[in-house]
Design a protein around this ligand. Structure first.
Ligand SMILES: *Cc1c(COP(=O)(O)O)cnc(C)c1O
Length: 460
């Protein structure tokens, strides 16, 4: 499989470039020049596979000659052996919808599903290559933790994680900062998540700097993450009992990565009816999808901090599709977004989007109310992100198999849970220790030169 950039389709890349670089040199995102297309019969045949075997089947066509089938197979088995569920996920029916729990990995959020695999991809790559890599990643709270767990202690790899100072929950921060591995560096930036993301982007586009430290990115724009996330859409589809009804997914969304993975599954032939993009009050994607107004506003802090984002990086991949895969037009649109902070989607394109996507926005009060009502009715504690996904179904009248992606364990957001239902969401036993452990992180100004210097001094 070959890949192109959303901003220049004249050049092609192999999976190795896509994985290691993350972002194309022209600033665009990588996408495959063609996709596998599963027939109904082939989809049926996937039903018998366990999670890891399904992952092997779905992911292999995307990786070209990066590794062979056996190598991939070993890596996938190893990656998913660290989950607390035999088949990675849990699928729980409550009332008229199902909850797809994706947070049974080491850092209690769905990001582990992709990140464990990426960590082992890096290790494999570096075992064949005389290279040292410095990973730099911006996090709204969960990506950083998942990336650290996947990279910690691995040879010839350093990881630098930028999180917005005081804007992640204390449990999120402690999971990141209490480790003892010397290849892990946590940096709190005095700013919000978009500032962190912009710092990483500008470090990347400084080619001298990024080449000097052999910089690599694992942000949600990384295609390898998307393909790993695509797998659980296929897997959960087969856990549905009644396939005469349409299947809809509601996905708590920030960077448009996870929900894009669902769209990818649909494009490969999985019969998904609608994907609901569920946002908190940072609702740029809801405004874009409901009335065509993609326009960044200032980020506000919410009880679902992993979605406190106004620049949804992966949206560029959808814009590219809406432009009929025209990279020139996509470049122009992205330039305009950068300069003017907005992009209006015309009626025709909006109709196209609405064939696949609906959206909903949840206020803070609504989110707390959902946590409360689900707890009272089903004795189940949803984390605030998941609650937003759950509530999104109430804003649309979709009959069918309605599946909510549960993206984080409630114990990561104890304050929100406390104020919704007045109980303490406990950490799993194996993570209790972080509460009393010493934290290790540096606080830096939102100043790219200072951050570069800090990273350079500590890079491999
Ligand atoms: C990252 C994250 C999201 C948003 O996922 P995107 O891929 O950025 O849309 C939602 N919920 C939780 C708990 C997360 O960590």
């Amino acid at each position: 499989m070959r890949y192109v950039s959303t901003r220049d389709t004249s050049k092609t890349y192999e999976f190795k470039d896509v994985f290691i670089k993350g972002l194309a040199d022209d600033g665009g995102l990588f996408i495959p020049s063609s996709l596998p297309d599963y027939s109904e019969k082939e989809i049926q045949e996937l039903k018998s596979l366990n999670y890891s075997d399904l992952a092997k089947k779905i992911i292999f066509p995307f990786i070209g000659n990066f590794m062979d089938k056996d190598e991939l197979s070993k890596i996938i088995d190893k990656s998913y052996s660290v989950f607390r569920r035999e088949n990675v996920i849990d699928f729980i029916k409550i009332g008229d919808r199902s909850v797809l729990e994706l947070f049974h990995g080491p850092t209690l959020a769905f990001k582990d599903v992709a990140m464990q695999l990426l960590g082992n991809f890096y290790e494999f790559y570096l075992s064949k290559q005389k290279e040292k890599i410095n990973i730099v990643v911006a996090t709204s709270g969960d990506t950083g933790a998942a990336a650290i767990d996947a990279i910690k202690g691995k040879e010839n790899l350093n990881i630098f994680v930028l999180h917005p100072d005081n804007r992640v929950s204390s449990v999120q921060r402690k999971i990141m900062t209490t480790g003892k591995h010397e290849n892990v560096f946590n940096i709190a930036i005095k700013g919000n998540f978009d500032d962190c993301q912009n710092l990483v982007k500008s470090m990347f586009s400084d080619t001298k700097f990024s080449k000097d430290i052999n910089m690599s990115a694992v942000n949600s724009i990384n295609w390898a993450r998307i393909i790993a996330q695509c797998v659980y859409y296929f897997y959960s589809y087969h856990l549905i009992e009644d396939h005469t009804k349409p299947t809809n997914f509601s996905v708590p969304t920030g960077n448009f990565g996870d929900v894009y993975a669902g769209y990818l599954a649909k494009k490969m032939g999985l019969p998904i009816n609608k994907l609901i993009v569920a946002t908190n009050q940072n609702d740029i994607l809801h405004r874009a999808i409901s009335n065509g107004n993609y326009e960044a506003e200032t980020v506000s802090e919410t009880i679902s901090p992993s979605m406190d984002i106004q620049i949804a990086s992966n949206f560029e991949r959808l814009i590219f599709d809406l432009n009929d895969k025209n990279s020139e037009q996509t470049s122009k649109d992205m330039m305009k977004i950068k300069e003017e902070g907005k992009y209006s989607i015309d009626k025709e394109k909006l109709n196209l989007i609405n064939q696949d996507f609906l959206s909903a926005r949840m206020s803070e009060t609504e989110t707390l109310d959902i946590i409360k009502s689900v707890y009272q009715e089903f004795n189940m504690v949803l984390d605030p992100h998941t609650a937003i996904g759950y509530g999104a179904f109430d804003k649309h009248n979709l009959n069918g198999n309605n599946i909510v992606l549960a993206t984080a364990h409630p114990c990561k957001f104890p304050d929100a849970i406390q104020s919704a239902i007045n109980i303490k969401a406990e950490l799993p036993n194996e993570l209790q220790f972080i509460l009393n452990e010493k934290e290790n992180y540096d606080i830096l100004e939102n100043d790219v030169e200072k951050v570069k210097e800090h990273i350079k001094d500590r890079s491999k």
